[in-house]
Design a protein around this ligand. Structure first.
Ligand code: GUN
Ligand code: FE
Length: 417
C-alpha cells in the first residue's frame, strides 16, 4: 500500500540559478516520501484523496556544505581575530576538548537539533581529529535521518601539540573510521584533511590511497585567504596551486569533492575543481568575520562551477543557511562596488545554491520537482499588514529578516519531524 499525501497551498523552489518558480494555491503530491508532482490544478487521478491545506509557503529544505560541528559552542564570539590567529587562539583549543567523548556527545546532540531547527537536512560536516567523538557525530546525524558527509579531521604539521597527529596514527584512525561507517544509510564518511598548511605530503598521499581503496570523497578548505593560498604552495612546492595539491595526492575523483571558500582561485584551481565535478562552497558571513575575502560567485557561475552555501560555524555565527543566501547577494553588491567587472548576483542564484545547487551533492534533494525527496519546510508569520507579499517575496523576506521561529513545519523524507 502506497503512502500518498497531497498538500495544498503556496510553493516556491529554484529550478535553476536564474529561476525561482512559484505556485499560488498549488497541489503537491508525495508518494512514499518522494515528490510525484506539483500542479496548478489537481489531476483527476488523485480525486477523492484527502487534501492537507497549509497556510504559509512551502519550500525545499536547505543544504549546508561546510560546517564545523565541534566549533558550535564558539559561534558568534571571538570575532577580534583573523584566520591564522583565530585558529590558534580560539578554534584549536576548543577542538582539543573533543578528546573527551562526554563533552562531544553533549555538543553534538545540541548541534544536530539546531541544524534541523534551522531547516537544514543535508550537510557536509567537519568533526575533529578524534575518531570516537567524530563517530558519535556521524551516528547522531544518521539517527536524525540527515543526509550528511562527516569527516574525521587530519592534521600532522603546524598545529598545537593537542591536535597534532603522526602520519601513521592519522591514517590508521581514518581507515578505522571508514571501516566502521562506510555502510550507513544517510550519514557517510568523507576524507577531511583540514587544509594544506597543516597536512604533509605523506599524509595527503596516504589519504589518496584510502580515497581510492574505499571510493570516498574529500572536503577541505581551498584558497580561502591570500595567506592560505601562498602558504599551501610554499609547503607543497610540487604544486602550482592549492587545488593541485589534492590532485597530486590522488585524492580526487573517488567521490564528492567539496572545497570551502574558494575566494582567490587561479584559473588552474577552477580547472581542477571542474574536472572533478567539485563544489565551491561560499560561506559569506564566515568570510567577513574571520577570513576577509569575497568569493567571485558571479564569474564562477559564468564558468560553470557548482556553487553551494555553507554556514562555516564558528567562523560563521549561525547555522541559518537562509541568512547566508541573503549575505551572498549582499557580498556580491559590495564586490561590484569595489570591482567594476564584478556582477551583482540575483537572489534566485543564492537561493538555488542554498537548496537545489548544494543539494545536488546528495542526489535528488533541494527542489519540489517530480522525483525529488520530500524534504521541505513551511514558512509562516512573514506576512505584512501594509502590503501583500507574493510567495517568492515571502521567501526573500525570510532569508533576509526571518528566523527559525518562522519555520512552522518540517518534513524529512516525507515524515513530519
Ligand atoms: N581553515 C583551516 N581550518 C579552518 C577552520 O576551522 N575554519 C575556517 N573557516 N577555515 C579554516
Ligand atoms: Fe571551515
Amino acid at each position: 500500500m502506497k503512502d500518498r499525501r497531497i498538500f495544498h497551498g503556496d510553493f516556491v523552489y529554484s529550478k535553476s540559478f536564474d529561476r525561482l518558480v512559484e505556485y499560488i494555491g498549488g497541489y503537491l503530491v508525495v508518494t512514499d516520501g518522494v515528490i510525484e508532482g506539483l500542479f496548478d490544478r489537481l489531476p483527476d487521478e488523485y480525486d477523492g484523496l484527502t487534501i492537507e491545506d497549509f497556510s504559509g509557503v512551502m519550500i525545499p529544505a536547505f543544504s549546508d556544505l561546510h560546517v564545523h560541528a565541534p566549533q558550535y559552542p564558539n559561534r558568534g564570539i571571538f570575532t577580534d581575530a583573523l584566520l591564522y590567529d583565530w585558529l590558534q587562539k580560539y578554534t584549536f583549543p576548543l577542538e582539543a576538548r573533543y578528546a573527551d567523548p562526554t563533552f562531544a556527545r553533549a555538543v553534538y546532540d545540541a548541534f544536530v537539533d539546531d541544524l534541523l531547527r534551522h531547516g537544514t537536512m543535508h550537510a557536509v560536516v567537519f568533526g575533529t581529529i578524534h575518531e570516537q567523538s567524530t563517530g558519535y557525530l556521524l551516528e547522531r546525524l544518521e539517527e536524525a535521518g540527515i543526509d550528511a558527509y562527516v569527516g574525521k579531521v587530519n592534521m600532522d604539521t603546524d598545529s598545537p601539540e593537542s591536535l597534532l597527529e603522526t602520519v601513521d596514527g592519522s591514517l590508521l584512525a581514518t581507515e578505522s573510521f571508514l571501516d566502521r561507517y562506510s555502510s550507513q544509510n544517510h550519514a557517510k564518511p568523507i576524507l577531511t584533511p583540514r587544509f594544506a598548511p597543516t597536512c604533509s605530503q605523506r599524509l595527503l598521499t596516504g589519504l589518496g590511497k584510502l580515497a581510492e581503496k574505499y571510493g570516498v570523497g574529500v572536503q577541505t578548505h581551498l584558497v580561502e585567504s591570500k595567506w592560505e593560498a601562498k602558504e599551501s604552495v610554499r609547503r607543497h612546492p610540487y604544486a602550482s596551486c592549492d587545488t593541485e595539491i589534492y590532485e597530486r595526492a590522488g585524492l580526487l575523483g573517488h567521490g564528492p569533492f567539496v572545497g570551502a571558500h574558494f575566494i582567490f582561485p587561479s584559473d588552474k584551481d577552477v580547472r581542477i575543481l571542474k574536472k572533478y565535478d567539485g563544489y565551491a562552497v561560499q560561506c559569506p558571513d564566515a568570510t567577513t568575520n574571520v577570513i576577509a575575502g569575497i568569493m567571485p560567485s558571479d564569474s564562477l557561475a559564468d564558468r560553470g562551477v557548482r556553487l553551494a552555501l555553507g554556514s562555516d560555524v564558528s567562523a560563521g555565527q549561525s547555522l541559518a543557511i537562509y541568512r547566508q543566501a541573503a549575505s551572498s547577494v549582499r557580498l556580491s553588491k559590495i564586490k561590484s562596488f569595489y570591482e567594476p567587472d564584478a556582477r551583482v548576483i540575483p537572489f534566485s542564484q543564492a537561493f538555488f545554491a542554498a537548496t537545489k545547487g548544494g543539494g545536488s551533492l546528495f542526489g535528488k534533494v533541494g527542489s519540489l520537482e517530480k522525483g525529488y525527496s520530500f524534504d521541505a519546510l513551511v514558512l509562516d508569520g512573514l506576512s505584512d499588514p501594509f502590503l501583500s507579499l507574493t510567495p517568492a517575496q515571502t521567501v526573500e523576506r525570510f532569508c533576509y529578516a526571518g528566523d527559525a521561529t518562522n519555520i512552522r513545519a518540517r518534513y524529512l523524507r516525507g515524515k513530519k519531524i
